[in-house]
Design a binder for this molecule. Structure first.
Ligand SMILES: *[C@@H]1O[C@H](CO)[C@@H](O)[C@H](O)[C@H]1NC(C)=O
Ligand SMILES: *[C@@H]1O[C@H](CO)[C@@H](O)[C@H](O)[C@H]1NC(C)=O
Ligand SMILES: *[C@@H]1O[C@H](CO)[C@@H](O)[C@H](O)[C@H]1NC(C)=O
Ligand SMILES: *[C@@H]1O[C@H](CO)[C@@H](O)[C@H](O)[C@H]1NC(C)=O
Length: 312
């Protein structure tokens, strides 16, 4: 006998199940939405079709699934994509790697990307992305590599990035970022490479940054930093690149003027921690400058291959 209580439980469970399956789209539907956004002219992702299985090897170019048949990696680097990154990317909750570098994507980085708890690699470098870096990226507990270099990102570097406690590479060079280096980046125990070069950053180099224990490379070239260079950065030796920051001073660094009392703090510059004092810079930098000569990072070697894709 089925009691009325258990019958009503069964009914409510099936109702939940039905309403759930109706309201949440399948990963196939999500991928098709992502396709229409990344490739609006339907020129490149021709293998992404409604009647095929995204997890079947060879059917969805650049898509790799995990053992649970959930999308784990999307590898579409160097495909010629001209669209935007849709918020629906945040619905692929098993995603561990998103490789969209070397395309011509525009628009903003959707904050929904922070809904991906297993995301370890986020490569959006060498596109034409604009707007600010979503502070919510700091919620990505498993992020190890964040490549945003060579875009048109503006605004300040979110303090929240200091919460990325597994990140090893943070590459933000060649954007239009302004403001200060958040001292919170010095909290990251795993950080080995931090590249902030060729932006519009200013203010001091936080002393705390020198405390990041695994830091090997710090590149701050061609910004407007000023004040004391923390002496702790000497341990980086040739890994510390600081040329073309005219306000910097330091003792024992080649090419830096020695510090005098007037170097600390520099009151002639706006307060970099106050967003209202950011320069509204209209001087456009050459985006594609020297792509061949300057690698986005060590991990960029061989970007035109598709190492993530299992069926290649
Ligand atoms: C996703 O990419 C990562 C990093 O390259 C790799 O370790 C992992 O095996 C890939 N997963 C699948 C399902 O291809
Ligand atoms: C970004 O846009 C500029 C101007 O339209 C263009 O010259 C450049 O090639 C684009 N860069 C990329 C990586 O698409
Ligand atoms: C970097 O700074 C130097 C010195 O100010 C300048 O000559 C050079 O053009 C800058 N490079 C870029 C790509 O802005
Ligand atoms: C860029 O990477 C390639 C391949 O790893 C290397 O040979 C080259 O020296 C690198 N260039 C720079 C400027 O780091």
């Amino acid at each position: 006998m089925v009691s009325p209580v258990s019958l009503s439980l069964i009914l409510s469970f099936s109702f939940l199940f039905l309403s759930h399956s109706q309201s949440s789209p399948s990963e196939l539907d999500i991928l098709l939405d992502i396709k229409s956004s990344l490739d609006p002219q339907k020129r490149f992702l021709t293998s992404w079709t409604p009647d095929s299985d995204p997890c079947s090897p060879g059917s969805f170019d650049g898509v790799a699934c995990d053992g649970n048949r959930r999308v784990a990696n999307i590898s579409l680097q160097g495909m010629g994509l001209t669209g935007t990154i849709p918020p629906s990317i945040g619905l692929l909750t098993s995603l561990t790697g998103l490789y969209l570098h070397f395309n011509s994507l525009t628009g903003q980085i959707p904050k929904d990307i922070s809904n991906l708890p297993f995301l370890a690699d986020l490569y959006l470098n060498v596109n034409n992305l604009s707007g600010e870096i979503p502070p919510q990226i700091g919620d990505l507990d498993n992020l190890q590599v964040l490549q945003l270099c060579y875009n048109k990102l503006s605004g300040s570097i979110p303090t929240q990035l200091g919460s990325l406690n597994k990140i090893t590479v943070l590459a933000l060079q060649y954007n239009q970022l302004s403001g200060a280096i958040p001292a919170s980046l010095g909290d990251i125990r795993t950080l080995t490479r931090l590249d902030l070069s060729f932006n519009d950053l200013f203010g001091p180099v936080p002393v705390k940054l020198a405390g990041a224990p695994l830091l090997e490379v710090l590149d701050i070239r061609n910004n407007s930093f000023s004040g004391f260079v923390p002496s702790g950065l000497k341990r980086l030796n040739n890994g510390f690149h600081y040329a073309n920051n005219h306000g910097l001073c330091g003792d024992g660094f080649t090419d830096l003027k020695p510090c005098t009392g007037s170097n600390e703090p520099n009151l002639n510059r706006p307060d970099p921690t106050n967003p209202n004092t950011f320069r509204t810079t209209n001087d456009v930098k050459p985006e594609s400058a020297d792509l061949q000569r300057s690698n986005c990072s060590n991990k960029m070697a061989g970007v035109h291959q598709k190492p993530q894709s299992p069926h290649l």
